[in-house]
Ligand binder design. Structure first.
Ligand SMILES: [Zn+2]
Length: 116
């Protein structure tokens, strides 16, 4: 199995965290990943440790919050939950607008206390 896609994403997450930490050591990173984003959280976890090596994120904790998929049906004007980036509403319509579940963002960073 290859995690090329997730490897690139993990590198991006780390790059963003390094930028925001401004040199401080990172204790914990919270990342939000939508269930419709076509990203495997386990693969991100798998890549994280290796990618974080020799960076301010080494030994930091990666917390992944999965955001459930949600769509709005233009036909019957209701919200339905989705487990994949497409679907059919109970009313039979496929005119769905995804309103949640495509997130990929670094939500929070916890930094080590620094002695100044
Ligand atoms: Zn509908």
């Amino acid at each position: 199995m290859s995690f090329m896609h997730e490897l690139g994403i993990t590198r991006n997450i780390i790059a963003i965290a390094i930028e925001h930490s401004q040199g401080a050591k990172v204790k914990k990173v919270v990342v939000e990943i939508g269930k419709l984003a076509a990203i495997l959280p386990d693969a991100i976890r798998f890549c994280f440790e290796a990618c974080a090596k020799d960076t301010p994120l080494e030994h930091s904790i990666l917390e992944i919050r999965e955001i459930p998929g949600l769509a709005y049906c233009n036909q019957c004007k209701t919200r339905i939950s989705l487990s994949q980036p497409f679907g059919i509403c109970n009313c039979g319509s496929s005119q769905l607008e995804i309103i949640q579940g495509q997130e990929l963002q670094v939500k929070e960073l916890e930094l080590e206390e620094q002695c100044v």
